[in-house]
Write a protein that binds this ligand. Sequence first.
Ligand code: SF4
Length: 351
Amino acid sequence: MTDLYRLLPEEMEQLVIDMGYPRYRADQILLPLYYKFPKDINDIPQLPKKLREDLTKAGYTIGSAKEIHRVVSDDGDTTKLLLNLPDGTPVETVLIQYPSSKINGHPRSTICVSTQIGCAMGCVFCATGQMGFEKNIKAEEIVAQVIHFANILQQRGEHVTNLVFMGMGEPMANYDEMIRAVRILTHNRGFGIGQRNITISTIGIISGIDKLAEENLQVGLAISLHAPNNELRKKLVPTAGPNSVEDIIEAGRRYYKKTGRRVTFEYALMKGINDSPEIATELAILLKGNGSHVNLIPINPTAGNFNRPTQDNVNEFERILSDAGVNCTVRIEKGIEISAACGQLRTDIVG
Ligand code: SF4
C-alpha cells in the first residue's frame, strides 16, 4: 500500500503517466488532496472511475489521521490533538494560534508536528525524551498531521500559516522522511506553504544541520542549546556525545552562511541549573557577534524535577545577553496547562 500523500507532485505525475493517463490527471489528484482533504480515492469524483480503480488496484490509498482526543487551552489559542496515524500509531500534534498577529485577516496558526514517536535523545527535562525512542514517523504521516489541522482550520475559514518541526522527536534523526515531508508541504503543487514559514528544530545534530544547508531550502533552523559549556550540556542532553557546544555553534554559522537564514538558539531556562548570571555571561561571550538569535524558554512543568526560574531571574538573564549585543527574546509559552508546550508531549498523557 502506498499513501498518495507520500508522493511529490513530480512522482504523482510519473505515476499517472506510467498508468497510461495524461499528465494533467496528476493535478486532478493533487488539488483535492491539498484543498479538499478527501479520505478515500473515491472521494475525488473528478477523476475518471477507471483511474480511481487502477490506483486502488495498484495499492494506492489516501491515509488520514484519526482524532482520538482533543484538549483546548483556557484561552482557546492552543489545541493539542492525540491522533492515530493511518497505521494506528498514536501521536501528539499541536495548533498554536496568535489572534493578535494577523496574516491576511486570519490569526497566525502554527502547527507543531511530531517526527518520531518518543525520542532517543533523552533530554532530561523533556517528557518525550523520557518516553524513550519508539519509532520514526513517515513523511506521509507528518503530512497527515498537517492535513488534519488544515481541515479543522478550513472549516473555520482559517488556514495553516506556519509549521514548526518541534513536536515529539528529533527531526534530524529521521532526516529523509522529514525532508520529504518538507518538500511535499512546501511544493506549490502540494500543500504550498512558504519555505520561510517552516522551522526545523534540532538538539544539535551537526550532520543534519550541514545536510539541511545543502537542500536549497529557505526553512528556518532552531538549535536547542540549553547550556553554554559542554559539561553542563551533557548533564541536560546526555546523548550530546561528540557534538560540542562550539561545534554546534559553528554548524549554525555554516547554515547561516549557506542559506542566509538567521539561526535561532533555543535555551530552556531551568531554575538553579542554567539560569545564573554567570552562565548568562558565558552564553553571551559564546554567541556575541555571530548574528544569531536566542529564544529563552522558562521551562515548562514536565515529568522531570525541574523548576521554572523566577521572573526576576529570567529578566536578568535576558538583560545580560541583550547588553552584550546578543539578540534575545523570552518565548511566551502557550498551552502549558494542557501539556502542549515545548518538551511536554508524550502519547501516554492526554490532557
Ligand atoms: S527536547 Fe527534543 S531532542 Fe530532546 S528528548 Fe525532547 S524531543 Fe528529543
